[in-house]
Write a protein that binds this ligand. Sequence first.
Ligand code: GUN
Ligand code: FE
Length: 422
Amino acid sequence: MNDALDIVEGDVVIRDGRIASVGTADLGSATRVINARGAYLLPGFIQTHLHLCQTLFRGYADDLALLDWLKTRVWPMEAAHTPRSLAAAARQAAAELLQSGTTTVLTMETVHDTDAVFEALAPMGLRAVVGKCMMDADSAVPSRLLEDTARSIDDSVAIAKRWHGRANGRLRAAFAPRFAISCSRELLEAVATLSAEHDLLVHTHASENRDEIAFIKSRHGRKNIDYLADTGLASPRLCLAHCVWVDEHEQALMAARDVKVLHCPGSNLKLGSGLAPVVEMRAKGISVSLGADGAACNNHLDMFEEMRLAAVLQSVRLRPGALTARDAVWMATREGARALGLDNEIGSVEAGKRADLILVDSPKGSDPYSTMVYASRGTDVRTTIVDGEVLIDDFRPTRWDFRDIAAIARAEATALASRAGI
Ligand code: GUN
Ligand code: FE
């Protein structure tokens, strides 16, 4: 995934957590040699929109549209989370993600106990940009999720001070105002200022659903993206999940300010949100990367599925080939790195970058991009390496037992749903 999309046959040398060379190497002095014959080596996938905390909600929130889904299922369940259930959700999600080839995520967690998520992620080995969800408006929210504005801001800054750059830089913090409906203008303005001051990303949802944009129009008299720009948020640090319902004018604004779009095709289909104008946004130079969104609206976390859906949905919207397999792999790797401001660190197999790599065991077709997008799935991932650490080794996790993690997650999910009355 270098700029030329070169496909190299040869060796990749990893030293001190980084890629030392790509091509032919003398492996005589290596401490370990992994035989990758019969597989493709790719940069690990970068999912730019996830909610790890929603992993325990899988199967408890089907067949609803966005606002009802949030009000009747997701918010009551988020309110019922404890530090233990949040840790169980983060571990389950990280295990699933690493096993299916995702090495980096941008995740929006819930309002409270985000430290538990960082603590759970540190030993799992996943690279993660984590945001404590901010919600200081909207009366339909359970009281446990509704925050005082100043407290929400202070907590977010304190979490960033505690965690940003930890675990050899693998863990980072972001501001995560939930969406314009759940946030006061005062909060959004403060986040805009603080994100510039601390150089932290702002991760939010925008223009996912028609009822959502109608609500913003009635409350603020503005289109959603214009409203977010009014608060000062429109910058290269702004990461907007979905952007299904954005018109030409809003797209031009996003392009001019280098705002990032996080496309979630699986979630958009299941929640009935719509088909995003991905080809048009990319044609304007907007960075569009990919994410599964979460187990509550997808319901799996497999990047191969999102790549395939991203491509085939544009076939239906426009024409076959409007978004190619190459485009989809680019979005899953290079655009993810760009969205996170980590383009110098991750997103390609090039000397100097972090060794975040996967081996995909599926040489099923003649073209590797076509094989990845149209003929592979997460279960084809043989090996996953993050920061030079082998986390999945020939299909086997090296640091945890998946059955233990899954058993704890199941027990925590049942108890959580019962606390939430679902
Ligand atoms: N909009 C506001 N909150 C959420 C959420 O948790 N998931 C999705 N998909 N959209 C949202
Ligand atoms: Fe989301």
